[in-house]
Every structure is written in structure tokens, then in C-alpha cells.
Ligand binder design. Structure first.
Ligand code: FE
Length: 210
């Protein structure tokens, strides 16, 4: 049985960029429902994995859409909370160098990430990922899809593109939400730790709490 992990900050800590109401609904209702439905789907199986990462990969292998959608959303949201911070941060060190090599500058990365998120049709997630060589890339995935099913990459940070992530605060202005995320809310300290793990082949990367 997986439990809803608590937010790693107070629900009001990101105001006004992300409101307490948004976070209480997003975490307390949406995320909680994905966890509940994942547990219900796993309760039907004798071979239920002990980690959420394994549950996501098992569902992907077996094309079990119901389990995949709920388990991946349970995982993605927990990772998204880690991707947010009230203590504004900037990319540093080796991660900063890799981002500058790929995108030209951190400003250019932010513009590219905003454009990619705005251009994404309907629901999904925007991810920054890195491979074991340290190469970084932006990728947008649909619905519940998640990079943890790809053994070649480690996610560094993600932004939820589902309307429930921003509609109460930004209405239909996804671009304004993406600006806030990439310039103020993105947790680059977390991304830097993930980047170190990526270059170690994913060992030590963040895991959903067991
Ligand atoms: Fe969401």
C-alpha cells in the first residue's frame, strides 16, 4: 500500500505563484486519488511490486493502462512536488554547464521550456532529463507518461501541464504558469542532485517513499 507523501513545503509557501487552494486540491484530491486507485489496482494482483517505480514499469511492460495511468501519475506528482521550491534557486555547477552547452544559456532554456510547454496539446508533463553521459534534454510527454520507463535517462525536474496544476491561479494562461515555474518555482537544488545521480547511471536518484 502506497501512501500519499506529504508536500515538502507548507501548502501556502508558494503563494501567490501557486495558491494554497491549488495545492490543497492538486495534492489532497488529485494526487491522493491516483495513490488510492494505484493501491486498488495492485490489490487485485498476487505479484504486486513493493516499489512504485516497479509498479509503473510492470504496468508499462504489460500494457496495463489502468495501473499505468494511476501509478505513473502517483509517481509524477510526488516528483513534481520535489521540483518546486519557495526558496528561489538557479542552476549551478555541472548542471548549469550542461544546460548552457545544450541550450546556449539558462535564459534560452527557460524560453525553450516555456514554448515546449505551451505547445503541448492537452494534458501531460514537461520534463528535463539527463543521460549517463550528462547530456540534458527537454521532453514533453502525454497524459500520465513518465521518463522512468526509459532506462537511458534520469528525470531532473518536471512541470505538470494538466489544467488542474494552474487553472485556479492562471485560468487558461499556461504560458504565465510556465514563466512562474521556470523563473521562480523550479527547484534547481533538487535538479542538481538528480543530475549527479543521472551521471551515475541513475543510482541515488530520487525514489518514491516506500
Ligand atoms: Fe497534476
Amino acid at each position: 500500500m502506497f501512501k500519499l507523501p506529504p508536500l515538502p513545503f507548507d501548502a501556502a509557501a508558494l503563494e501567490p505563484l501557486m495558491s494554497k487552494t491549488t495545492l490543497e486540491t492538486h495534492h489532497g484530491k488529485h494526487h491522493a486519488a491516483y495513490i488510492r486507485k494505484t493501491n486498488a489496482a495492485l490489490a487485485e494482483r498476487a505479484d504486486a511490486p513493493s516499489t512504485l517505480e516497479e509498479a509503473v514499469r510492470l504496468a508499462a511492460r504489460e500494457h496495463d493502462k489502468k495501473l499505468f495511468n494511476n501509478a505513473a501519475q502517483a509517481w509524477n506528482h510526488a516528483f513534481f512536488w520535489q521540483s518546486l521550491t519557495a526558496q528561489k534557486s538557479e542552476p549551478t555547477g555541472a548542471l548549469k554547464a550542461a544546460l548552457e552547452e545544450t541550450f546556449g544559456s539558462i535564459g534560452a532554456l527557460r524560453e525553450k521550456a516555456k514554448a515546449r510547454g505551451e505547445g503541448h496539446f492537452a494534458s501531460g508533463w514537461l520534463w528535463l532529463v539527463a543521460d549517463a553521459k550528462g547530456a540534458v534534454q527537454l521532453t514533453d510527454l502525454h497524459d500520465a507518461d513518465t521518463p522512468i520507463v526509459d532506462p537511458k535517462v534520469t528525470p531532473l525536474i518536471c512541470c505538470d501541464l494538466w489544467e488542474h496544476a494552474y487553472y485556479l491561479d492562471y485560468k487558461n494562461e499556461r504560458g504565465a504558469f510556465l514563466d512562474a515555474f521556470w523563473t521562480k518555482l523550479a527547484n534547481w537544488r533538487f535538479a542538481a542532485a538528480q543530475y549527479e545521480a543521472a551521471r551515475d547511471g541513475g543510482a541515488g536518484a530520487w525514489r518514491f517513499p516506500a
